[in-house]
Write a protein that binds this ligand. Structure first.
Ligand code: ADP
Ligand code: ADP
Length: 233
């Protein structure tokens, strides 16, 4: 089934006297349990698309449907709730809170949502899967870049989101740690049924996904299957 759908999304920004068509009538379907990469040159609309898919920004036209919920006309509160329940975000710069331990970073949103107990019970298995056991009491400054991104992945996943949206998740990592993150995504999709949408301009990273969607000048200009997860059991 389709877990996240973009239907005819358009978004224009006004810069002084100039209009920038960041997205033009973009439609796409993200299947549950799939790993999709969005590629395109700088300025092609990747971040804008991810912001709209993540309900962080609203389209001028078109609609995002998330987990069977059409979002057009929803009030900010409803959008926030839906985003918090259904989406896990992963950023290029990790966006961890420096004064909190890894564990506190991972659990913070669950705590705010009154879900601390459930989240705590899920933490050991997730930390184990991500190779973070033994690092949970450390602050971000005491962790390597790869470990920081794995903490951010744990934070995104602790509430069992319907979709993970990752914006250049390997952009600040060396190739070994980048590969590790991509393998974590592949393994999560294969074994745990995660759904991952990843924006990247790195072809090697995109090839780890099952499907690559190409953006150019705000339009979808191509789509290709990679068969990278075909060996899944
Ligand atoms: P990408 O992520 O592929 O680099 P973006 O989605 O960031 O592309 O940007 C697409 C286009 O929209 C670019 O021309 C960019 O300058 C413009 N744009 C994006 N966000 C804004 C904004 N908040 N205000 C004005 N222009 C923007
Ligand atoms: P990324 O590196 O992920 O592509 P960008 O550098 O394109 O991100 O954008 C960073 C932030 O600045 C985003 O929130 C985006 O919406 C905004 N932005 C991008 N282009 C412009 C622009 N031309 N004018 C104003 N804001 C912009």
């Amino acid at each position: 089934p389709v877990v996240l759908q973009a239907h005819n999304l358009s978004k224009t920004f006004v810069l002084g006297t100039e209009k920038v068509h960041a997205l033009r009538q973009v439609s796409l379907d993200i299947q549950q349990g799939s790993f999709v990469a969005v590629m395109g040159p700088s300025g092609s609309g990747k971040s804008t698309l991810l912001n709209l898919l993540g309900l962080l920004d609203l389209p001028d036209q078109g609609e995002v449907t998330l987990a069977a919920t059409p979002t057009r006309g929803l009030k900010d509160d409803a959008l926030t709730l839906l985003r918090r329940e259904k989406i896990g975000f992963i950023f290029q710069t990790f966006e961890l809170i420096p004064t909190l331990s890894a564990e506190e970073n991972i659990l913070l949103t669950s705590e705010l949502a009154g879900q601390l107990k459930q989240a705590k019970s899920r933490l050991p298995a997730l930390a184990d899967r991500l190779g973070l056991t033994g690092r949970l009491k450390n602050r971000p400054s005491e962790l390597s870049g790869g470990q920081r991104q794995r903490v951010a992945i744990a934070r995104a996943l602790i509430n069992h989101p319907s979709v993970i949206l990752a914006d250049e998740p390997t952009g600040n990592l060396d190739s070994k740690n980048g590969r590790e993150v991509l393998e974590i995504f592949q393994q999560g999709v294969r074994e745990e049924g995660w759904t991952v949408v990843m924006v990247t301009h790195d072809p090697a990273a995109a090839l780890c996904a099952e499907k690559i969607i190409f953006l150019r000048d705000g339009e979808v200009v191509g789509e290709t299957e990679t068969h990278s997860l075909d060996a899944r059991s």
